[in-house]
Design a protein around this ligand. Structure first.
Ligand code: FPP
Length: 246
């Protein structure tokens, strides 16, 4: 029996977040340029999006480009941005067919004009779709997101729209890029690195963490299903005792 058949569909994580890592090493291992790894990483994205949709995951959030990634050599940054545009153009039809709603989080104004425009166009085009919500984290920094939320809230207090005393976790969460999205229950990182790398720091407070040595271009839907099965075997206690939750 494959991993997929063993998954309990009644206990699916509603939101899965992934740190897609290892494209560069995968390419280097084959004696190729790093961008070859990113190109093959797109094939993994396609397969994992399909797999998530097949079993009924509602939200899939992919760490596609961090705010820190702007510091990479400019030819790699340019190549990733071009890849993003060409992938959006190539995949939009399939996103529509599969009822996927595209979304993006991060400092999107930093993206090159063409890339920003294509992205917003695709988001708009898929905005009425009701299936999987596929969120790309682009030019994303969780610390900046949290800082920006604090600034927004402070501005509302200054304008008299909100009392400092009324700030609570819900108010804070509604000022993050992920407002109206449930927190991820499962965070996957590929490539054998055990770090969070400034990703969804607020949102993963209670997420189960899953690390695999597979490099991202080798990751397929079967690996997603394996991670979900592993998640389903865990006991989520949220600070309570085992007896309380069982
Ligand atoms: C991490 O591997 C990967 C990235 C920084 C880019 C991710 C981009 C893609 C998978 C392609 C575009 C995606 C979409 C959705 C169109 P790395 O380069 O850090 O690898 P390394 O750690 O081995 O150097």
């Amino acid at each position: 029996m494959g991993y997929k058949d063993q998954i309990d569909l009644l206990k699916l994580p509603e939101h899965v977040a992934i740190i897609m890592d290892g494209n560069g090493r995968w390419a280097k291992g084959k004696g190729k340029l790093r961008i070859f790894g990113h190109h093959n990483g797109v094939l993994s994205v396609r397969d994992v999006v399909e797999g998530a949709g097949e079993i009924g995951v509602k939200y899939l959030t992919l760490y596609t480009f961090s705010a820190e990634n702007w510091n990479r050599p400019s030819f790699e940054v340019t190549a990733i941005m071009e890849l993003l545009v060409s992938t959006i153009n190539k995949e939009i039809k399939k996103l529509m067919q599969n009822n996927v709603r595209l979304n993006a989080i991060g400092d999107l104004n930093m993206l090159p004009g063409k890339c920003h425009k294509e992205l917003l166009g695709a988001i708009e085009k898929t905005s009425a779709n009701t299936g999987l919500v596929l969120t790309l984290a682009l030019s994303y920094s969780s610390r900046r997101e949290i800082m920006q939320a604090a600034k927004n809230i402070a501005a509302k207090v200054e304008r008299g729209e909100l009392k400092a005393d009324d700030i609570n976790e819900d108010v804070f969460a509604q000022n993050l890029y992920t407002a109206n999205m449930p927190d991820p229950e499962l965070l996957i990182r590929t490539s054998g690195e055990y770090r969070i790398s400034n990703y969804l720091l607020w949102q993963i407070a209670y997420a189960e963490l899953y690390f695999t040595n597979k490099l991202w271009p080798d990751f397929r839907k079967e690996d997603l299903f394996e991670a979900i099965l592993d998640y389903q075997k865990r006991e989520r206690r949220f600070g309570k005792t085992s007896e309380q939750v069982n």
